[in-house]
Ligand binder design. Structure first.
Ligand SMILES: Cc1ncc(COP(=O)(O)O)c(C=O)c1O
Length: 289
């Protein structure tokens, strides 16, 4: 039904993966496998939606704060993961790491600790270091064919007075661990007992062979945010756009004040908004294929 076999020439498209090899690695003669994007076209429904909008030709300021965008996100979680979310809890941001970085700044002070399962996605380390937060590592232990949490060590880190946030990656990059309900519940229990808020980066949620369980399905309070995007699943990161579910209204307002007033980012990339709505409303068959 979908063509995943015809090679697409990405050279000369200003793409980070293939066009900037020499710039990134000091040698042009390398096969780059470092950026997590795909070399085939995105879903036909997204291409058509983008084409339709580009034909319009007027690129005035746009909006994300409407039920078409927020409902596309909540509809996806409901249909794919049986997880009911409130449209009013959905906020937009230009990228996943931008949103996480703002929440880290809102929920902790300089010098505070952020608990992270390691190894971790390199942007986590860079973002925490640049924001003056200490990365409190909880090394995953390789046992048999998988990676396991060392629970005593994880709790000892969570119990440190400086630890304010668990920055979870669910499913986990780079180990590929898809957390079980038991593991998530255990993390939830430890974080609740020690007053540690949770930021769950679920950008890899859609490409998983084991059942992925969103944090809201096990959360026992509102001290969390789920941050995600259709960018990985549908290969649309260059369209721009990500979102978060933030159930606590004060945290949500504080995030939106940063987005709009402090950083002047209230108008989203319309192509990112359209890309997400099309992906989440019409892209299931392509993703399954
Ligand atoms: C776990 C994780 N979070 C976030 C990102 C990047 O997301 P964004 O470009 O929207 O900041 C990646 C990209 O590889 C990732 O692996």
């Amino acid at each position: 039904m979908f063509d995943f076999d015809t090679p697409v020439n990405r050279y000369g498209t200003f793409c980070t993966q293939w066009d900037y090899v020499a710039d990134r690695f000091g040698s042009a003669d390398l096969l780059p496998f470092t950026i997590s994007d795909m070399d085939f076209n995105t879903a036909p429904c997204i291409r058509e939606a983008i084409q339709k909008r580009t034909e319009h030709g007027v690129w005035g300021y746009s909006r994300w704060n409407h039920d078409e965008f927020k409902g596309a996100v909540t509809g996806w979680f409901e249909r794919r993961y049986g997880c009911s979310l409130d449209n009013s809890h959905v906020v937009y941001g230009p990228s996943v790491i931008y949103i996480i970085s703002q929440l880290v700044e809102l929920w902790s002070e300089k010098g505070d600790g952020v608990l992270v399962h390691t190894p971790a996605y390199d942007a986590f380390y860079n973002m925490l270091a640049t924001n003056g937060r200490e990365c409190l590592a909880s090394p995953l232990e390789k046992t048999g064919g998988t990676y396991e949490v060392n629970w005593a060590q994880f709790e000892a880190q969570a119990a440190r007075p400086s630890c304010k946030i668990l920055l979870l990656c669910s499913p986990h990059n780079p180990t590929g661990r898809v957390w079980s309900r038991d593991e998530l519940t255990r993390m939830e229990d430890i974080c609740s007992r020690h007053g540690v808020k949770v930021i769950s980066d679920d950008i890899h949620m859609d490409i998983s062979y084991r059942p992925y369980i969103p944090w809201p399905a096990i959360a026992a309070n509102t001290d969390w945010a789920l941050v995600s995007s259709g960018s990985k699943s549908f290969n649309i990161p260059a369209l721009g756009g990500a979102y978060a579910i933030i159930p606590d209204s004060e945290s949500r307002d504080a995030f939106l004040t940063r987005l709009k007033a402090a950083h002047g980012l209230s108008s989203p990339s319309i192509l990112g908004v359209i890309g997400h709505m099309s992906a989440y409303n019409e892209g299931e068959a392509w993703l399954d294929a």
